[in-house]
Write a protein that binds this ligand. Structure first.
Ligand SMILES: [Zn+2]
Length: 291
């Protein structure tokens, strides 16, 4: 089962959140019928959004991550609730690119480098908190590293990875965000960096059967880490017939009357999941009266 594990060093100066998101990313692939490089781009974004969302304390809070680097994938979007349950989509799902020289999926080329990564945190205040950074590489983990460092002023090591099997299903997916707390000296940063290099790729660790707890302990090796929490997360859509009705009402009376007089059912597909909401001409007609 997918989960997010949080751990902290004994001295309280280094913390980490590790996510195992294979189920989430495979669900996203099934919904959106993505090709491998897009499965990886969306999967990395969903994983990051889940980790950030899971850290939001207040109930009802949510985070939206929006990445647009001008590449063939277009916009990649993910939304998480405050428990880390996520949903998302990519504008263009059928992007096919040659593998990189090292045999990896070329997520950077699919996403592009000319654009921004934006994080919108809605914690129930009048205005949401919005942080935005220029995209560095389009590989997403590096882009989030810059986001945490620049926009949240928290030095961070970010790893995000999705391993796609030959049949295009998701073999492994997950990531971590390791962060230095205020007061952490340079030598702690250097030791963490060494650990990150020694730990290797996140997909390698997951594929070798390591649990999120074990990954947290490996990345924080030598810091006497303590596991704080382990919480289940899943792909979860927040759509409902009521929300679709609200969206329909917003398109205006004339448009609705056209739809009602067409004599055919109107089908609305949720952009985040595979639900289809169907409305008969009579039902659409009643919506025009409701206005
Ligand atoms: Zn939905």
């Amino acid at each position: 089962m997918d989960k997010i594990v949080r751990a902290i060093s004994e001295d309280g100066l280094v913390k980490i959140a590790v996510a195992d998101t294979r189920g989430i990313v495979e669900r996203a692939r099934n919904i959106h019928k993505t090709l491998p490089v897009i499965t990886a781009a969306l999967g990395r974004t969903l994983t990051a959004a889940s980790i950030i969302g899971n850290d939001l304390k207040s109930g009802g809070a949510s985070v939206t991550v929006r990445i647009n680097g001008g590449g063939p994938a277009g916009t990649v979007l993910a939304v998480s609730d405050n428990e880390g349950n996520v949903r998302g989509y990519v504008q263009v799902t059928a992007v096919d690119l040659p593998l990189r020289g090292d045999g990896k999926l070329d997520v950077g080329a699919a996403v592009g480098k000319d654009g921004t990564l934006t994080v919108i945190k809605d914690i129930g205040l009048k205005e949401p908190y919005v942080g935005s950074v220029r995209i560095v590489s389009g590989e997403i983990a590096e882009d989030f590293t810059l986001y945490f460092t620049e926009s949240e002023q928290t030095p961070s090591a970010v790893a995000l990875g999705v391993l796609v099997d030959t049949d295009q299903s998701v073999l492994a997916a997950g990531g971590y965000v390791a962060q230095l707390m205020p007061g952490a000296a340079d030598d702690i940063a250097a030791r963490l960096e060494e650990n990150v290099i020694k730990a290797g790729a996140i997909t390698g660790m997951l594929q070798s059967g390591m649990s999120a707890e074990q990954i947290a302990e490996k990345v924080l090796a030598g810091f006497s880490p303590r596991i704080l929490s382990a919480e289940p997360v899943e792909y979860r859509c927040a759509c409902s017939r009521d929300k679709v009705v609200a969206a329909l009402l917003s398109i205006g009376k004339a448009e609705l009357e056209d739809m009602a007089s067409s004599g055919e059912n109107t089908e609305i597909t949720c952009q985040f999941c595979d639900k289809i909401y169907s409305f008969t001409p009579d039902e659409i007609g009643r919506l025009t009266e409701a206005e």
